[in-house]
Ligand binder design. Structure first.
Ligand SMILES: Cc1cc2nc3c(=O)[nH]c(=O)nc-3n(C[C@H](O)[C@H](O)[C@H](O)COP(=O)(O)OP(=O)(O)OC[C@H]3O[C@@H](n4cnc5c(N)ncnc54)[C@H](O)[C@@H]3O)c2cc1C
Length: 387
């Protein structure tokens, strides 16, 4: 069954009301936070979202989407967070791989990749980072060598989110080692069951395996695996990273506001020191600043200006508010002395500890804090480069 389509234009206020009504009628799944365990429920949830017309909101209709704006997508994500509804699985696939295929893929690639990505039947991962190519992404060394009517891939990726559960990986590879590093890169759509691929999950601080190492040993792919033009990978990668940073503040604001409210609900404030109350007030102010930033970003998205340097400001403020909330939770846990069944001063220790660990990642993924500051310094403040 095809999902229902909304006839645009629909203003954001009406769209939000429609989203709220629909979400309030759904049986929203409860998840453990362990992706592997939650995956069957998350896939079923994505199918429900798809059938309801809430997947691919900003994708063009010819790509199976709803043909609305990124602002509509952001509003729906915000309502999802408000309802504590889990995100559909495979965020890198939906937020980065899908839009990159729409923008640069052939008709055949779009037809093959996009429909199962929207329904959740197939998940895609993003293979950009390598052990020596993170912030300096153009240093990617995984080699794709032309061979007959295809290519042979050799090399290693790292931090590939949920690759162990994915069907494919959009991998950035070096196709010409003899030109300046930005000019010799290309993207390949690689099926992860291809012979020669080894996936090794990495255990993170929370004990989960969110990301993996991917090894390519003489992995043979056909010419059809190449995305767009040969050696055009750097332009494509820059656009993909812009998509990843994009409306992050809108989705995250609702999550963080909900987490902060939950923290205050759980907390036994009679056990708080005065310095803790001051810190609670400081975090509340940061959350207000994030709310104001979110409103500005929503206006920008409505104007459809694409990726801008403002996204870097959003990303920094979001990461710092995230870290402030969960650092506060850790501080409150440390200052409370009444411990029973893993509950300290009213707070569930493991829930807040894991969220604290995860909040550290906000300064790293989709470009580190230092990289965002560098972009703001050069592109917004027009500061000169250090000699
Ligand atoms: C939760 C999470 C999920 C991720 N998922 C994926 C994924 O699905 N696919 C994928 O490809 N990657 C993924 N990554 C990897 C992520 O993109 C990289 O970790 C990130 O780009 C930073 O690269 P790096 O880890 O190699 O650190 P490095 O680039 O080595 O940086 C190390 C430190 O040096 C600083 N630094 C580096 N260069 C400069 C500079 N020029 N000026 C100032 N400071 C600098 C950095 O800010 C950082 O503090 C994920 C990361 C996380 C945390």
């Amino acid at each position: 069954m095809d999902p229902p389509l909304i006839t645009p234009p629909i203003d954001l206020h009406d769209y939000r009301a429609r989203a709220r009504e629909w979400l309030s009628e759904q049986d929203i799944p409860e998840v453990s936070g362990r992706f592997g365990e939650d995956l069957p429920a998350l896939r079923a949830w994505q199918r429900t979202l798809y059938d309801g017309g809430w997947m691919g909101i900003s994708w063009p209709r010819e790509a199976g989407g709803q043909g609305l704006s990124l602002a509509h997508q952001a509003v729906f994500s915000e309502e999802m967070a408000r309802f504590r509804a889990p995100a559909p699985p495979g965020q890198p696939g939906l937020e980065v791989v899908g839009p990159t295929v729409i923008r640069f893929g052939s008709e055949e690639q779009r037809r093959r990749i996009l429909p199962p990505l929207l329904t959740g039947e197939e998940l895609w991962s993003l293979g950009m980072s390598e052990p020596n190519a993170g912030s300096d992404l153009a240093a990617v060394r995984t080699r794709a060598r032309p061979d007959g009517d295809g290519f042979v891939l050799n090399g290693q990726k790292i931090w590939t989110t949920y690759a162990q559960h994915c069907d494919g990986c959009l991998a950035l590879c070096r196709t010409n080692p003899d030109v300046p590093k930005h000019d010799g890169l290309s993207f390949f759509l690689v099926w992860l069951d291809t012979s020669g691929i080894t996936i090794r999950p990495i255990v993170d601080l929370t004990g989960d395996n969110e990301f993996c190492e991917l090894f390519f040993d003489d992995v043979r792919v056909s010419q059809d695996a190449l995305l767009g033009q040969l050696n055009d990978g750097w332009t494509q990668a820059r656009e993909s990273l812009g998509m990843e940073r994009g409306p992050i503040v809108i989705r995250q604001y609702a999550h963080l506001a909900a987490a902060f409210a939950e923290l205050l609900d759980e907390l036994d404030t009679s056990a708080c020191r005065e310095s803790d109350l001051v810190e609670i007030g400081r975090v509340q102010v940061m959350l207000h600043a994030l709310q104001a930033q979110k409103a500005r970003t929503l206006r920008r998205l409505q104007m459809d200006v694409g990726a801008t340097v403002e996204d870097s400001g959003d990303k920094l403020l979001t990461a710092h508010t995230d870290q402030a909330i969960f650092s506060l939770a850790m501080r409150l846990l440390a200052h409370n002395r009444t411990v029973a069944d893993g509950v300290t001063g009213g707070l569930r220790a493991s829930r807040w500890r894991n969220a604290y660990f995860y909040s550290r990642a906000g300064s790293i993924y989709a470009g580190t804090d230092q990289v965002q500051r560098d972009l703001i310094a050069r592109r917004k403040l027009k500061l000169p480069r250090a000699a």
